[in-house]
Write a protein that binds this ligand. Sequence first.
Ligand code: SAH
Length: 303
Amino acid sequence: MNKLNLYNKNFINDYLKQNKIELRKNLGQNFVIDKNLIDTLLSTADLTIHDTVIEIGAGMGSLTAELLKTGARVIAVEIDNRLIELLKHHFGHDPNFVLIEGDILRKNTMDKLKQYLPADRSIKVIANVPYYITSPILTLLLSSDIFFSDIIITIQKEVAQRITASAGTKKYSAISVFINYYGYARIIETFSPASFFPNPKVFSSILRIKIYDKKPVVSNHPKYFHYFVKLCFTERRKMIKNSILNILKSWNVDKNGFDYKNCFEKLSIDTAARPETFNVKQFIGLADAFRTVCPSNIKKKYD
Ligand code: SAH
C-alpha cells in the first residue's frame, strides 16, 4: 500500500475514499493534519525507550507514527474497526506496537489494556482524544489504579480552560477540583480548527496534567469527595451554608446534627463563602464532615 501522508488533506480524503471509509461524526473523528501540533505533544512528553504510552483514539495514526519513532512502547486503543484495519496494516509489524480494538470507556477494554502495562516503566497517556468523551476519559484514567506520570492530551479549548482555572475565578468548576486533586494541569498551546481534518467547530488546546508522585492532600473517600464537589457546583453562586442546609432538608436530616460553624472555622471558610472559592483541601474537609450526616444509602453509593 502507498506511503502515508497524513498531514495532507487531499491525501486523507483520497485514502478514505479508496478504503470506502466515511467518517463518523458521532465518534469525534477529526484527524490531526498539523505537524506542529504533533511536535508540540512530543516535545512536552519527552519520551524515551523506557516509556509506555497509551494512545486513546489512534484514528489514522498520524500521532501513532511519531510516538513509535521515539522507541517508546505504544498501546493504542481505537473503537472503529475500519481504522483498526489501517492501523494494523501500517504499524502491525512494529514490535513496540500494541493495538486494542474497543471502547475505552468499557471495562473489558481497560482490562485488556492493563495486561500490557509494565510495573517498572513510566506510563504516559498521549492522545488527541475524541472530544465528546473528554471528561469521562479523564475520570476513568484518574480514578483507575494505574499510575500515570503524565497525561498529555489535545482537548477542546474551553474544557482545558475550565480544568486549569484557579479557585475564585469564573471558569473554576467541579472538573478543575477533580483534576487538581490528582495532579497539576496547565495549557501548553492552543490550535485553530485548521489543524484538523475535517475542521472541528472549536479551537483545541494541548493540556498537560503532571500527576503528583505524592498527593498534597488525600481524601479517604475520593468517590464521595467528587460527588460532593459536583453537588456544591450545582449552586456555585449560592452561599455554601444555605446550599448545605437545603440539601440536609431534602434528605430529611435534622440540620442541628451538622455543626457547620465549627466545621467552617476549622477549614478557614467564611460563613458567607461560595463553593466556587474553595480549594481542594477545603472541599475534602467539608466533604468528610458532611459525609458523617449523609444518609447511608447515598454514602454507600459513593464508597
Ligand atoms: N488521534 C487521531 C484521531 C483523533 S480523532 C489523530 O490525532 O488524528 C478521535 C479518534 O477516537 C477517532 O479515530 C475515533 O474513532 C476514536 N474514538 C472515538 N470514540 C472512542 C472510544 N470510545 N474509544 C476509543 N476510541 C474512540
